[in-house]
Design a protein around this ligand. Sequence first.
Ligand code: UDX
Ligand code: UDX
Ligand code: ADP
Length: 459
Amino acid sequence: MKVKNICCIGAGYVGGPTMAVIAQKNPEIKVTIVDINEERINAWNDSDLSKLPIYEPGLAEIIKDTRGKNLFFSTEIDEAIDRSEMIFISVNTPTKTYGKGKGQAADLKYIELCARNIAKVATTDKIVVEKSTLPVRTAEAVKSILDNTGNGINFHILSNPEFLAEGTAIEDLLNPDRVLIGGESEEAIDSLAMVYNSWVPEDQILRTNIWSSELSKLTANAFLAQRVSSINAISELCEHTEANVDEVARAIGMDSRIGPKFLKASVGFGGSCFQKDILSLVYIARNYNLNEVADYWEQVIIMNDHQKRRFSDNLIKTLYNTVSGKKIALLGWAFKKDTNDTRESAAIYVADHLLNEQAQISVYDPKVPKQKVYADLNYLNTRSEKENETNVAVENSPYDAIDGAHAIAIMTEWDEFRNYDWEEIYNKMKKPAFVFDGRNILDKNKINKIGFKYYSIGQ
Ligand code: UDX
Ligand code: UDX
Ligand code: ADP
């Protein structure tokens, strides 16, 4: 069946870019993205494209081309569901913050609400596509809700996990390594494959059973995160042995069995997926009593927490064991470059730790607004909102952020950080002027020559 109307529930970092590309590549399909968050929908509809709720290189151009033609943003959820033959569920599945599985299991309440909503309003057969990352066997629950509360129509459930990375979402969507579709009904799988066929060659569309598809997404993220924790573990060893982690990464990456990507040592991985998905994998393994499997993957998170912690510990130790009352400038707040997303960003945890030691924090990030920085810190509940406001300044210019600072901590690998006038920065700082490069982006020789005391990861 050729699909004519698509509805996507959830206008976030996944739903927004994915549907924009689907709409661009399928001008004959009407794509409607719905969300309960009216403010977010209004932002997606804003005529000023710089006000879109998410920043992704190349996204605004595609929105400009498609919005109002065959791409629509709306809060009229029921209407969009009923009209569409295919419905993507692309809502958030955060780690549970309450009850059983608190701190580990994925919270599926938003998924369940979507399933109930679809069941309630659908009056014709639907293909329901899981886009959000979900624990293996979630489709079973979705199917049960749809079949038991629906209006007696047919639902086909597909799993079609999204592998895009933020910051390169559009490029990843336009040139995916593969598109994965898991399901039972060949016909439903064909309908979805046809949507992707508009730009993805058939041999890159992988068809599996639904459980393999769900588990592949968790596994891919677990493997990627594991690579980062593995190289970060080696970075600590490098610091004690005079080996250089970037040299080690290059050397091992040339082994085609290992490969060169995802071997950049850092202050620790962040983002909405890695930690959440590994915790979910660990929780599922424990549920099946597979304790060795659970312990194995849990170590990836333990290593990542250790890496963030040892970064701030090292900063404090180097500043003569106290940062109390000292201004520390954090360059970068996003969890990686080219995104305004801050979920699980290492910067949040480093700042929190330094604040516990009574540091005065100043933050500059090219894309993260002030309120977001405060919201992230307040969410941790470590201290009062007032204290965060008093002890954290968020600046619009990097030069204001570093003015009079004892140390700079580079938290995000934004390209612009490399090209700053580091001489001027040096002159504006307290001496000795320290730089802690959590991303190994600066030229060590150049920075040392200016007079900075420079510390990087694994060197
Ligand atoms: C290894 C390294 O590959 C090589 O670069 C190094 O110089 C020496 O150690 P080797 O032990 O000879 O080489 O064989 P390898 O092919 O790496 O296999 C090691 C073990 O892993 C074998 O028991 C193999 O069966 C197993 N293996 C390998 C798997 O179980 N699955 C795999 O996907 C790959
Ligand atoms: C990840 C997966 O890459 C993507 O396929 C999936 O769909 C969603 O989760 P994302 O979290 O957006 O994407 O970004 P990613 O590029 O994977 O980076 C995650 C974190 O790891 C970032 O904090 C990044 O800075 C860090 N990282 C990544 C490293 O520290 N070193 C590396 O070598 C790679
Ligand atoms: P992701 O990174 O997975 O895209 P986001 O949090 O950016 O996650 O986006 C998920 C979106 O889903 C949010 O905008 C949220 O308001 C929306 N959402 C959550 N539950 C529902 C629901 N039941 N109906 C409609 N939209 C929902």
